[in-house]
Design a protein around this ligand. Structure first.
Ligand code: GLY
Length: 392
C-alpha cells in the first residue's frame, strides 16, 4: 500500500519531518541511499541565531530565533521517543576577535546585535579569558551570546532514526532521481534503479541534492545550489574539554568556529566554497582552519586530528530556506535550502511539514521561507550566491 507521504532525504530535516508526521498518524516513507550521512553528519551543530545574524539576512532572524527556542522541547521529546541522547547542549557562545582590526569588526557586530534587541554582552580580553582560559592572551575582545547553544547532529540523527523507526516510518535505501506527477498532481517518485514509489505527497528534503531532482515545477529545484563547508574533528587524548562554550573567532579577518562537545571532542569549521558537488578535503583548507583555530586556542596543537570532511549546504538565491507547500504542483512540499541553518531550523521545519501534511496552518514566522516568494522563482534574474553574506 502507498504511504501518505514520501520524504526524499534522510538527513536531520527529512528524518525529523518523518518522525513528526508519523506521530500525527500519517504513514511515511523516507527515501535516501545512505540516511544520516550527508551534510547533517558533517555539520558542527551550532544553534546560533545571534552569532550567525548577518546584515543581508536579517529577515531570517525571527525564524531562526523561533526554531532555537523550540530546540529544548524538541530534544526532550526526541529523547523520550528514542531513549537516546538528542545531543542538545546549553553552553552559550563567545564571539572573539584576535587583532585590532578583528576587534573593530567585533565591535560593529556587537552594536548591530544590540540594535536588533539581541542578548549580547561586551567583554574585555581579561573577562573573555576568565570565561575560557584556553584562549590565547592575544585575543583582544569578546562578546558573550548566552542564548546561542549547540546540538551534536550525529547524536540527533541517531535519536531521530530510532524515534522514526518506533513511530513506524519506513526507510527505503535508494536515490530518488525524479518526482512523478500527472496533470499537476504528485503521484510519487522514481529511483535510480527505475523503481516507482507511489504517494500522493512528496516532501523534498534532499539538501543540496534537491537541485538535482527532475520533475520539479519550472526548474525551482535547480535554484538550490551546493555550498561546500570543510570541517575538522579533533579529540583531546584525556577526554578533558578544551573549551566550555562555542567560540566563534575572527582571526586576521577570517571567521572560524570551535564547537566543544563537553567530552574532549572539538569541531573546527568551516570553509564556504561555491564549487558545485565537490566534497573533497583540501590541504589548504585543513591548514587554514588549524592555523586560525590554534591562534585562538594554542593547545589545539596537542589534540588528535580524527577527521577532516566536507559537506554541502543547500543554498538558495536569497539563502533563505524553502519550507511549505508548492502552489504549482499539488502534493509537493518543500523542506530544503537551509544553507547555514539546517540543524538550527530542524524543529520548526519538521513542525511545518507535519502541519502541511495534516492540513494545519504552519506558524506565521515561516512566511520568510515561502517557496512562492519571487526571489527563488526561476524567472527572476538574481544570480545564485548574490546574497551569500560573509564567509564563516
Ligand atoms: N552554520 C555553520 C556553517 O554552516 O558552517
Amino acid at each position: 500500500m502507498s504511504p501518505d507521504a514520501i520524504i526524499v532525504g534522510g538527513g536531520l530535516i527529512g528524518l525529523a519531518s518523518a518522525w513528526r508526521a508519523a506521530e500525527e498518524g500519517l504513514s511515511v516513507t523516507v527515501v535516501d541511499p545512505a540516511p544520516a550521512s550527508g551534510a547533517s553528519a558533517v555539520a558542527a551543530g551550532m544553534l546560533a541565531p545571534v552569532g550567525e545574524v548577518d546584515y543581508s539576512e536579517q529577515d531570517l532572524l525571527r525564524l531562526n530565533i523561533a526554531s532555537s527556542r523550540r530546540w529544548p522541547a524538541f530534544a526532550r521529546e526526541l529523547e523520550a521517543a528514542s531513549g537516546q541522547d538528542a545531543g542538545y547542549r546549553q553552553c552559550g557562545t563567545l564571539l572573539v576577535g584576535f587583532d585590532a582590526d578583528d576587534a573593530r569588526v567585533l565591535e560593529d557586530m556587537h552594536d548591530f546585535r544590540v540594535e536588533l534587541g539581541l542578548e549580547v554582552e561586551r567583554l574585555t580580553s581579561r573577562q573573555t579569558r576568565r570565561r575560557e582560559p584556553a584562549l590565547s592572551p592575544r585575543v583582544r575582545v569578546g562578546i558573550a551570546a548566552p542564548d546561542d547553544h549547540q546540538a551534536d547532529p550525529r547524536q540527533a540523527l541517531r535519536a531521530l532514526r530510532r524515534a522514526a523507526d518506533a513511530a513506524g516510518v519506513e526507510q527505503h535505501h535508494a536515490t530518488v532521481v525524479r518526482i512523478d506527477q500527472d496533470r499537476a498532481r504528485i503521484t510519487g517518485v522514481t529511483t535510480d534503479a527505475g523503481e516507482r514509489l507511489a504517494a500522493p505527497t512528496v516532501v523534498v528534503a534532499a539538501g543540496a541534492a534537491s537541485g538535482q531532482l527532475e520533475g520539479l515545477p519550472a526548474g525551482l529545484g535547480a535554484r538550490v545550489r551546493p555550498v561546500k563547508g570543510q570541517l575538522l574533528r579533533l579529540h583531546s587524548r584525556n577526554g578533558d574539554p578544551v573549551l566550555g562554550s562555542v567560540v566563534r573567532g575572527i582571526v586576521a579577518g577570517r571567521r572560524v568556529y570551535l564547537v566543544p562537545r563537553g567530552d574532549g571532542r572539538l569541531v573546527v569549521g568551516a570553509t564556504q566554497e561555491e564549487l558545485g558537488h565537490d566534497t573533497s578535503v583540501t590541504a589548504g583548507a585543513v591548514r587554514m582552519l588549524l592555523d586560525d583555530a590554534t591562534r585562538l586556542v594554542p593547545e589545539i596543537d596537542e589534540l588528535e586530528l580524527v577527521e577532516a570532511r566536507a559537506g554541502l549546504r543547500p543554498g538558495t538565491p536569497d539563502n533563505r530556506p524553502l519550507i511549505g507547500a508548492s502552489q504549482g504542483l499539488e502534493g509537493l512540499v518543500w523542506a530544503t535550502g537551509h544553507h547555514r541553518n539546517g540543524v538550527l531550523l530542524t524543529p520548526i521545519t519538521a513542525e511545518a511539514v507535519a502541519a502541511v501534511l495534516t492540513g494545519a496552518s504552519p506558524d506565521a514566522v515561516l512566511a520568510v521561507a515561502d517557496p512562492q516568494r519571487p526571489a527563488v522563482q526561476p524567472s527572476t534574474t538574481t544570480p545564485a550566491g548574490a546574497a551569500t553574506g560573509d564567509p564563516p
